[in-house]
Design a protein around this ligand. Structure first.
Ligand code: PEP
Ligand code: MG
Length: 890
C-alpha cells in the first residue's frame, strides 16, 4: 500500500510546490496555486513513483492505484457537480504528463476526455452550443487518436479537409455543428479502420488509456534524447495530472492564453504573452490563428490586447501575476483559461528565459526586495553566461536583408542552410556551421536544433516550440518569419523575390528577428549594467580566485576585461609556432650539438622576452604562471615529406639528415614520451633560455614601471622530486646570472604541475622544492584513466551514452578518481608546506561542476580560457554559497 494519488482544488490540497519530485513540476504547482487561493480547476496527480513502479513491474500498476484514482475522481465530480460518463451532466477532464522538469519529448495533453456518443449530447444541452460540443468531441478523438492510439495526424487532417471542401469552407471556423458531426463520424470510421476496433466509448477506458500513454511516453525515443541532452535521469519518472476541463472556446467571453510575468527575452518587468478569444489551449501554440498580446502597451494598432478586450478577467490576471511573483519570488510562465469571463489558472512554473533576462530579473528582484543578493547570484546559471558573451552583428557592416521574423532567442549566428534536423546534425558533426530552417519545429527536431548555430522558423509565436527550446539552449533563433516560404522538396527558402538554396549561407540576428543573405561580420559583446552588477555580487561571495589560461596579448587583454585575476597557465610552446620564430625553433631541434642548439635559442630569446614583457604589462602586477616548454620536440617539425624538404632548404640543412632527425624524434606514444620536464632535463639550454627571457623581462618591467612582477615559473610533467630539484636549480642559476648582469633582483617562485598520478601520490616529497602546485587535470585525467587525450573522442561519447561514465571526464572532472588524487596531493603537499598555493589549470577550470569540486577540495584558484572567466567567477560564487567548505588549513 502506498499513496499514489494526490488531490488538488477538490475540497483538499494534498500537494505543495516542494513536492515536485513526487508530483512533477506541473502537479506540485497546481496544488500550490490551489492552496494559496488561486482559481484552479479541481483535479489530482498520479505520482512519479507510479511511473517508476510501472517500469519496474513490466508496465503494470500498483494494485491499489485504481481505487485511489476512483476516489480522487469522485472528489472532483463532487466539487464540479458533474459526473464522469454522465449522459446529462458529463464531467470532462484533461490528462497531462508532468515530470520534475518540463520535458518536450513526452506526451503532452489530451483534452475533453470523457466525451463519447452520449456525453457529447449532454455537453450540447448543458452548454446550449451544439457547434462547441461537436467541435470538442472531434478535438478529443483527434488528440486521443494521435497521442494515445498513435494514429498519424494527417489521417485526421484529411477528413477535416474533405469536410471543408464539402461545405465550401476555407477556415475551420466556418464549419457548423453538422459539419463537425460528420467529421466525428469520419474520425470514428477511420479509427475503426486503422485500429481494427472502435474508438473507446467508455470514459474509464479512455482515462486509463491516456494514463498509460503518459507513462509509456516517458521512455519514447524523443524523451530519451531530451533526457540525454539535459542530464535527466531515467528513473525520475513522470507524473500524470487529471483535471476538470474548463473551456476557453465556449464563446466570445472565453479565452485562453500563455504568458510570462516578465519579458522572457529581455527580463523587462511587463506582463508578457499571448492569448486568443474563443480558443482552446493548443490553438495558441499551433500558429493557426494569430495570438494577440496581453498588455495594451505591447499591442500594435491592428491588435486587440486582452487588457482592452476582457478588462475584468485581465485585471484579475494582473492580480494573480503579482500574487504568483510574490509567492514564488521568481518570474513565472503561466497558462490560463477564461470561461464565460471567469479566470482559471492551469499552470505555473518558473519561466525559461534568456541569459540576459535571467540577469536582469535576478538583479531587479534583488532591488525590489523579493530576493537578496546572494540569491540573485544563485539564480543565474553560470553556463548561460555564454549566451551573453556571444558575438553580435557588427552594426557598421553592410548586409542584405532577406526577411524578418520574431526575435525569439538573442545572439547572432551564421551558417549554411539545412532543412532537416538530421542533416543539421550530420553536417555539424563534420564541423560545418549550419542554420536549421523549418516551417516549425517539434520535439523530433531537438538534436538538429542542438547541432545548429541558429534556428529559423516561418510559423509560430514567441511561445512556440522553436522559440522556447532555442532560448533554453542559448541558440539564436528567429521564429515565425511569415514572409518566408519554405519548400522542403525544392530545398529552397524564398522571400520577396529572393531565393536561398540549401547549402547557401544566411545570417540570423536573434535579437532583432532579422535574417540576412550571406555572412554578416560580427563583433565582440560588451559587458555592462546588470552583468557587471551581478559579477560584483558574485565576487563578494566567492573564495576561489579566478585566473585565465592565456599566452597572447589578445588573450590576456580579453581575460582582464572579463575579470581574470591573473594568468594561471601561459603555455610557452604556443609562442613557438609564430611564423617569424618557427624557423629558429626548427633549427634548434635539428641541430645535433649543444652549440647549435644554443645558437638557435639565442635567436629565440628576444622573442620570448618580448612575449613576457607584453604579458607583464597587460597583467599589471597580477600573478602570472609561466609554464616552461612542455610538448615533445617532433611536434614542431613538419610531418609531410614535401614540407620536410621545404624546411630543410630554408634551414640550409640536408633533407636526408632532416628526415633522419624527424624519424629519431618520432615516438610511439608521444603523450607519454619525451616531453615536459624530461625535455628540460635532456636539453637544459631550452629551459635556461626561457628562464632568462622571463627574468630579463621582469627586470625590464620593474625598471620601466617601478613595480616588479612576481613570475611563477612552472615545471610541467613532473613525476619525481628529483626532476623538480634539477629543473628548479637550472632556473635559480639563471636567476642569479641575470640578476648579477642587471645589478638588481626580482622576486619569483618555482612550482610544478601535478598532472601525473605519481606526482599526486608523492606530493609530500615534491612539495619540498615547490612554491606552488597547479593541477593539470587534462593530463591527470589522461593518465588516471589510461585514456589518450587525442584518441578518446572515438569511444568516449559511447561511454557517456551508455552511462558507463556520467560525463566526459575531459569536460567535467572525475571526482572519484582524478578528484581523489587532487585531494591526496593537497593533503600531502600542505602537510609539508601549509602555505603551498594550489590551483587548477586543466580545461576543468572553466566547468561549473568541476569548480564546485575545487571549492570543496579547498584549492586557491581556478584557471580557464578567457571567455569562461565570467562563468568561473559566477560558478565559484555559487560553490562558495552552497557551503563548498573550502579551507586553506583543512
Ligand atoms: C593539463 O595537462 O591539464 C594542462 C593544463 O596542460 P596541457 O593541457 O598543456 O597538457
Ligand atoms: Mg599537461
Amino acid at each position: 500500500m502506498g499513496k499514489w494519488v494526490y488531490s488538488f482544488g477538490a475540497g483538499r490540497n494534498e500537494g505543495k510546490a516542494e513536492m515536485r519530485n513526487l508530483l512533477g513540476g506541473k502537479g506540485a504547482n497546481l496544488a500550490e496555486m490551489a492552496s494559496i487561493g488561486l482559481p484552479v480547476p479541481p483535479g489530482f496527480t498520479i505520482t512519479t513513483e507510479v511511473c517508476t513502479w510501472f517500469y519496474d513491474h513490466g508496465k503494470k500498476y500498483p494494485e491499489d492505484l485504481r481505487a485511489q484514482v476512483d476516489e480522487a475522481l469522485a472528489r472532483v465530480e463532487e466539487t464540479v457537480g458533474n459526473r464522469f460518463g454522465d449522459a446529462k451532466r458529463p464531467l470532462l477532464v484533461s490528462v497531462r504528463s508532468g515530470a520534475r522538469v518540463s520535458m518536450p519529448g513526452m506526451m503532452d495533453t489530451v483534452l475533453n476526455l470523457g466525451l463519447n456518443d452520449q456525453t457529447v449530447e449532454g455537453l450540447e444541452a448543458a452548454s446550449g452550443d451544439s457547434r462547441f460540443a461537436w467541435d470538442s468531441y472531434r478535438r478529443f478523438i483527434q488528440m486521443y487518436g494521435s497521442v494515445v492510439l498513435g494514429i498519424d495526424h494527417h489521417r485526421f487532417e484529411e477528413i477535416i479537409e474533405d469536410a471543408k471542401l464539402a461545405a465550401n469552407a476555407t477556415e475551420d471556423t466556418a464549419l457548423t455543428a453538422r459539419d463537425w458531426r460528420g467529421v466525428v463520424d469520419g474520425y470514428k470510421a477511420m479509427v475503426q479502420e486503422v485500429r481494427g476496433e472502435p474508438f473507446p466509448q467508455d470514459p474509464q477506458d479512455q482515462l486509463w488509456g491516456a494514463i498509460g500513454a503518459v507513462f509509456g511516453s516517458w521512455m519514447n525515443p524523443r524523451a530519451n534524447t531530451y533526457r540525454r541532452l539535459h542530464d535527466i535521469p531515467a528513473d525520475w519518472g513522470t507524473a500524470v495530472n487529471v483535471q476538470a476541463m474548463v473551456f476557453g472556446n465556449m464563446g466570445e467571453d472565453c479565452a485562453t492564453g500563455v504568458c510570462f510575468t516578465r519579458d522572457p527575452s529581455t527580463g523587462e518587468d511587463i506582463f508578457y504573452g499571448e492569448y486568443l478569444i474563443n480558443a482552446q489551449g493548443e490553438d495558441v501554440v499551433a500558429g493557426i490563428r494569430t495570438p494577440q498580446p496581453m498588455s495594451e502597451a505591447r499591442a500594435k494598432p491592428d491588435e486587440r490586447s486582452m487588457e482592452k478586450a476582457m478588462p475584468a478577467a485581465y485585471a484579475e490576471l494582473v492580480k494573480v501575476r503579482e500574487t504568483l511573483e510574490r509567492h514564488y519570488r521568481d518570474m513565472q510562465d503561466i497558462e490560463f483559461t477564461v470561461q464565460q469571463n471567469k479566470l482559471y489558472m492551469l499552470q505555473t512554473r518558473n519561466g525559461k528565459r534568456t541569459a540576459a533576462a535571467s540577469l536582469k530579473i535576478a538583479v531587479d528582484m534583488a532591488a525590489e526586495g523579493l530576493i537578496d543578493r546572494k540569491e540573485a547570484v544563485n539564480r543565474v546559471a553560470p553556463s548561460s553566461l555564454d549566451q551573453l558573451l556571444h558575438p553580435m552583428l557588427d552594426p557598421e557592416a553592410p548586409r542584405k536583408l532577406f526577411s524578418k521574423g520574431l526575435p525569439a532567442s538573442p545572439g547572432a549566428a551564421c551558417g549554411v542552410v539545412v532543412f532537416s534536423a538530421d542533416e543539421a546534425e550530420a553536417r555539424a558533426n563534420k564541423g560545418e556551421a549550419v542554420i536549421l530552417v523549418r516551417i516549425e519545429t517539434s520535439p523530433e527536431d531537438i538534436h538538429g536544433m542542438h547541432a545548429a548555430r541558429g534556428i529559423l522558423t516561418t510559423r509560430g509565436g514567441m511561445t512556440s516550440h522553436a522559440a522556447v527550446v532555442a532560448r533554453g539552449m542559448g541558440r539564436p533563433c528567429v521564429a515565425g518569419a511569415g514572409g518566408v516560404t519554405v519548400d522542403y522538396n525544392g530545398q529552397t527558402l524564398s522571400s520577396g523575390g529572393q531565393t536561398v538554396r540549401a547549402g547557401e549561407t544566411i545570417t540570423l540576428d536573434g535579437a532583432s528577428g532579422e535574417v540576412f543573405v550571406g555572412a554578416v561580420p560580427m563583433i565582440e559583446p560588451k559587458l555592462s549594467g546588470d552583468f557587471a552588477t551581478l559579477m560584483e555580487w558574485a565576487d563578494q561571495s566567492r573564495r576561489l580566485r579566478v585566473r585565465a589560461n592565456a599566452e597572447t596579448p589578445l588573450d590576456a587583454e580579453t581575460a582582464r576585461k572579463f575579470g581574470a585575476e591573473g594568468i594561471g597557465l601561459c603555455r610557452t610552446e604556443h609562442m613557438f609556432f609564430d611564423p617569424d620564430r618557427i624557423g629558429a625553433v626548427r633549427q634548434m631541434i635539428m641541430s645535433e650539438t649543444e652549440r647549435g642548439r644554443r645558437e638557435a635559442l639565442a635567436r629565440l630569446l628576444p622573442f620570448q622576452r618580448k612575449d613576457f614583457l607584453d604579458l607583464f604589462r597587460i597583467m599589471a602586477g597580477l600573478p602570472i604562471t609561466i609554464r616552461l616548454l612542455d610538448p615533445p620536440l617532433h611536434e614542431f617539425l613538419p610531418h609531410r615529406e614535401e614540407d620536410l624538404a621545404e624546411v630543410a632548404e630554408a634551414l640550409g640543412a640536408d633533407p636526408a639528415a632532416m628526415k633522419r632527425r624527424a624519424a629519431d624524434l618520432a615516438e610511439a606514444n608521444p603523450m607519454l614520451g619525451h616531453r615536459g620536464c624530461r625535455l628540460g632535463i635532456s636539453y637544459p639550454e631550452i629551459y635556461e633560455m626561457q628562464a632568462r627571457a622571463i627574468f630579463e623581462a621582469a627586470i625590464e618591467t620593474a625598471k620601466s614601471t617601478g613595480k616588479a612582477p612576481v613570475p611563477e615559473i612552472m615545471i610541467p610533467l613532473v613525476a619525481t622530486k628529483r626532476e623538480l630539484e634539477i629543473t628548479r636549480a637550472q632556473v635559480e642559476r639563471m636567476a642569479k646570472a641575470v640578476f648579477a648582469e642587471a645589478g638588481m633582483e626580482v622576486e619569483y617562485q618555482v612550482g610544478t604541475m601535478i598532472e601525473l598520478p605519481r606526482a599526486a601520490l608523492c606530493a609530500d616529497a615534491i612539495a619540498e622544492p615547490a612554491d606552488f602546485f597547479s593541477f593539470g587535470t587534462n593530463d591527470l585525467t589522461q593518465t588516471v584513466f589510461g585514456l589518450s587525450r587525442d584518441d578518446a573522442g572515438k569511444f568516449l561519447p559511447l561511454y557517456v551514452e551508455q552511462g558507463i561514465l556520467p560525463k566526459d571526464p575531459f569536460v567535467s572532472i572525475d571526482i572519484d578518481g582524478v578528484g581523489a588524487l587532487v585531494r591526496i596531493a593537497k593533503e600531502k603537499g600542505r602537510g609539508v608546506k601549509p602555505e603551498l598555493k594550489l590551483g587548477i589549470c586543466g580545461e576543468h577550470g572553466g566547468d561549473p561542476a568541476s569548480i564546485q569540486f575545487c571549492e570543496e577540495a579547498g584549492l586557491d584558484y581556478v584557471s580557464c580560457s578567457p571567455y569562461r572567466v565570467p562563468v568561473a567567477r559566477l560558478a565559484a560564487a555559487q560553490a562558495a554559497l552552497s557551503g563548498g567548505g573550502g579551507d586553506r588549513t583543512a
